[in-house]
Design a protein around this ligand. Structure first.
Ligand code: FES
Length: 341
């Protein structure tokens, strides 16, 4: 059956009209989601640590942590190999989606992309947040879905009005293909994204570098610099991750778990005791840091604290469970700490 009305391309409304024709619930959603996405992208580029390896906020470390236990972990490693490109790409995409949403440019596509971004973040960055409503990405994904549904409703309403019976409808519809106005609007989003991204990068301060990062294990001591064990034949088998001499009592070093590459931390609890744990926070997957003055592991994201002398049980903050242990042992023959898995 032929459609009741001619098939024509609608000229998109200008910015003011795109706001005026929406109901208040949609305007609120649109303003909040659009502004938040612009801010989120700028905030990433303004963070001097975001693209700086060895810092807690480094996008590469975040991607590595997000992959742990994520239902989409198989898709994340390729992005982890190109962390800078991925980080900049995510930030620019967020800003472009936010700008397009605020300006009413390709609104349905922008809403769909916003939903996709937050769905991916929900399945990776905040997948471990418990209970789920403490994680923000699921809420944003639902917000985008609700906004998209509202846009579909408007579209259906506009299309239901007969062309011949409405001057406003006739004015709103023209068969002009991909027009000059659509091209200009796309250019506005592109230029706006680049300008905002460049401004945010220019505002970024100096990276905190390794000041807050855990030190990596030092190379083995040079001959003669410390007492040697009686025998150098290993009697504990595993992958060496540090030398006991290089970790003071109460100190810690970072390493990657040889079993799966997870960022981990080795803590020397006493002369003879060491313990190692995954640095992936059990709340939402940020990487914990070691606070040598209090001898606890602290999460920079929401303040969870873990006690390494008690199997890294949570002692403060929102983390529901202890950090994942990494089995380690000290080889008395070599003085090396080895991961025994
Ligand atoms: S990620 Fe929330 S406290 Fe660690």
């Amino acid at each position: 059956m032929p459609p009741p009305y001619p098939s024509v391309r609608r000229v998109p409304p200008n910015v003011a009209a795109s706001w005026l024709r929406q109901s208040w619930p949609l305007r609120i959603l649109r303003g909040f989601l659009g502004a938040t996405f612009v801010y989120a992208g700028m905030q990433k580029l303004a963070d001097p640590n975001f693209l700086h390896p060895g810092t807690p906020d480094f996008i590469g470390s975040q991607l590595q942590a997000f992959a742990q236990g994520s239902p989409i972990h198989a898709f994340l490693p390729p992005f982890g190999h190109l962390p800078a490109l991925t980080g900049v790409g995510i930030a620019l995409l967020e800003m472009a989606i936010g700008l397009a949403t605020l300006l009413g440019i390709a609104p349905m596509l922008s809403a769909a992309l916003g939903f996709a971004v937050n769905l991916v973040l929900f399945l990776s960055a905040t997948w471990h947040v418990h209970p789920y409503f403490l994680g923000s990405d699921s809420m944003y994904a639902i917000g985008w879905a609700a906004y998209f549904a509202g846009l579909v409703e408007i579209e259906r309403t506009v299309r239901a009005v007969p062309v011949q019976g409405s001057r406003r409808r006739r004015a709103a519809l023209q068969d002009e293909g991909f027009g000059r106005r659509e091209f200009l609007r796309g250019a506005v989003v592109g230029v706006g994204t680049i300008v905002l991204g460049g401004s945010a990068s220019a505002l970024a301060g100096t990276s905190t570098g390794n000041r807050t990062a855990l030190p990596r294990p030092a190379p083995s001591a040079q001959p003669g610099s410390s007492p040697k064990p009686a025998s150098s034949t290993p009697i504990v088998h595993g992958t060496p991750i540090a030398t006991l001499d290089n970790v003071p009592v109460g100190g810690a070093v970072g390493f990657n778990d040889p079993a799966d590459g997870t960022p981990s931390v080795l803590v020397r609890l006493s002369d003879t005791r060491v313990a190692a744990f995954s640095r992936v926070c059990t709340h939402a997957g940020c990487l914990v840091q070691y606070d040598q003055s209090s001898r606890i592991l602290v999460c920079p994201c929401h303040g969870a604290e873990f006690d390494p002398s008690r199997q890294a049980e949570p002692i403060a903050g929102p983390a529901p469970t202890a950090l994942h242990p990494v089995p380690v042992a000290v080889d008395p023959a070599t003085g090396k700490v080895v991961a025994t898995d």
